[in-house]
Design a protein around this ligand. Structure first.
Ligand SMILES: NC(=O)c1ccc[n+]([C@@H]2O[C@H](COP(=O)([O-])OP(=O)(O)OC[C@H]3O[C@@H](n4cnc5c(N)ncnc54)[C@H](OP(=O)(O)O)[C@@H]3O)[C@@H](O)[C@H]2O)c1
Length: 455
């Protein structure tokens, strides 16, 4: 018995409900054969027997759509199944499940809609698509009675979506907070541990293949925001669009900010946070969703997540605190999550398909202005008499109380580092506006919100 066979030990009872008419042989159409698509096809082709022994489902890859047929590809990637016409795959009546691994918005959106309209189950790992068109796609899935599964879209290999959607379906979730972008976590880890500048850490991330040549989607927080929208949607049983997620990236963070955080017993992480705001009137639920750099106590489990790893910390009323950790990206890791969805969807093929997921609870999104927390901010000022007093006056005018202030450097390089007491975001933003208007203020550095116990 090979190690792989040992891993795929046959389950006591097959998951496929053959008694209800589910098929044991399922034909799969794959859209896209890149990092994830290629790894998925290879995984299925090499493990088909073991997968069948374990799950009772035989996955047959019927067709694979690519953009460029002339591209050299490995024989393991089933060149005989390739087509340039993705519509041919979604309209093929013999195909039961379509796996969308093209990425981006179009033609992915149209293809997924076509597949759902044709009554096929759909699996995707496309966070951008879900964050932008989730409501339309889930409506289409609901109408056709097909499943739309998306485990690979958040947290790569980490079984997170199913855990929130199924295992924690009855749980009153208070907060989901995670490191969901490996590129920014790698950069911040390098800055924290090796004291390299943001720029150098980014170049290193690019050379290792963690960051794209244009890193905007990662470093400006767009990728994390798309995942935050998806996570918030599952955790709070709602439909939350990308435009409802407040977003900031890590571009303004520097090593001195991180060093300062260390002195206070904190680590700096880019966090995606979705939380329920407890209000006197419980309906509709009030939800806050945001992505921004945060100072997190070094004792918090998320503070220890290093390099390109991802982790999501869930706080539930009955479950207490849970943490999900693993590889958040990579073709093979993501293909593992996609395969799980594929087998899940295969269980519904031929039987009366279940209702689609992500229901329709109406929620109110709490604006970022309402956030109350402590803030770290740096202000570069001219070293002149009276500067401190005028800066402090601006804080006071906007009801932002200063917990501590430290001056770093002298003369032209004077930098004031502030930690506020608990303050309202709207007041802090008004303070920043007031500070910018002072002629003694040269530059306002990164604003970092404090998460966790009060400083
Ligand atoms: N890579 C990761 O680590 C990761 C992790 C989590 C989620 N995801 C998500 O998974 C999805 C796929 O990512 P990826 O990294 O595998 O992308 P990728 O490497 O760029 O692969 C994209 C594939 O789609 C094909 N394609 C593009 N346009 C097409 C069209 N119009 N018709 C048919 N095929 C088309 C390309 O064909 P050619 O091969 O001919 O160019 C390529 O095979 C994305 O939504 C991504 O966000 C990726």
């Amino acid at each position: 018995m090979s190690p792989r066979d040992r891993y795929f030990v046959p389950m006591a009872a097959p998951r496929v409900r053959t008694d209800q008419g589910a098929k044991t042989q399922v034909r799969v159409g794959v859209l896209g054969l890149g990092n994830v698509g290629g790894a998925l096809v290879e995984l299925i082709a090499t493990n088909a027997d073991a997968i069948e022994a374990r799950s009772g489902v035989r996955l047959d890859i019927a067709k694979i759509a690519v953009r460029d047929l002339k591209r050299g590809r490995d024989k393991a990637l089933l060149p005989e199944c390739l087509t340039k016409d993705a519509h041919e795959v979604v309209s093929d009546e013999t195909i039961d499940i379509v796996v969308e691994l093209i990425g981006g918005l179009e033609p992915a959106r149209t293809l997924v809609l076509e597949a759902l309209a044709a009554g096929k189950q759909v699996v995707t790992a496309n966070k951008e698509l879900l964050a932008n068109f989730g409501p339309e796609l889930f409506d289409a899935a609901g109408k056709s009675g097909s499943a739309l599964l998306f485990e690979g879209s958040v947290g790569g290999a980490i079984p997170l979506v199913r855990a929130l959607r199924v295992s924690l379906a009855g749980e009153h979730i208070r907060r989901v907070m995670g490191i969901v972008n490996g590129t920014t976590n790698y950069i911040l880890s390098q800055m924290s541990e090796e004291k390299v500048s943001y720029k150098d850490a980014l170049v290193e991330a690019q050379s290792l293949g963690y960051a794209e040549r244009d890193p905007t989607a990662d470093v400006a927080g767009f990728d994390a925001a798309a995942k935050a929208a998806i996570l918030a949607g599952i955790a709070f049983n709602a439909r939350i669009g990308l435009s409802e997620v407040y977003r900031e990236g890590i571009e303004t963070i520097n090593v001195s900010d991180i060093d300062f955080a260390h002195r206070l017993g904190y680590e700096v992480k880019l966090l995606a946070i979705a939380e329920r705001i407890e209000t006197a009137v419980p309906e509709p639920p009030r939800i806050a969703v945001r992505v921004h750099p945060a100072m997190l106590p070094t004792t918090h489990p998320l503070a220890g997540v290093r390099g390109a790893f991802n982790a999501v910390f869930v706080e539930g009323e009955s479950s207490g605190e849970l943490m999900f950790y693993g590889r958040g990206a990579g073709g093979k890791a993501t293909a593992s999550a996609v395969l799980g969805d594929l087998l899940d969807a295969a269980c519904d093929v031929g039987s009366s398909a279940r209702e689609s997921h992500l229901s329709r609870v109406h929620v109110t999104i709490d604006p970022i202005d309402n956030l109350r927390t402590q803030y770290y901010l740096t202000v570069d000022v001219l070293d002149r008499p009276g500067v401190l007093a005028s800066v402090a006056t601006v804080f006071g005018m906007h009801d932002v109380s200063i917990r501590s202030m430290e001056q770093v450097g002298l003369g032209e390089d004077a930098r004031l580092v502030f930690i506020t007491h608990m303050a309202r975001e709207a007041d802090v933003q008004a303070t920043l506006g007031g500070l910018r208007a002072l002629d003694v203020v040269e530059h306002i550095g990164g604003l970092i919100r404090v998460v966790g116990h009060e400083l």
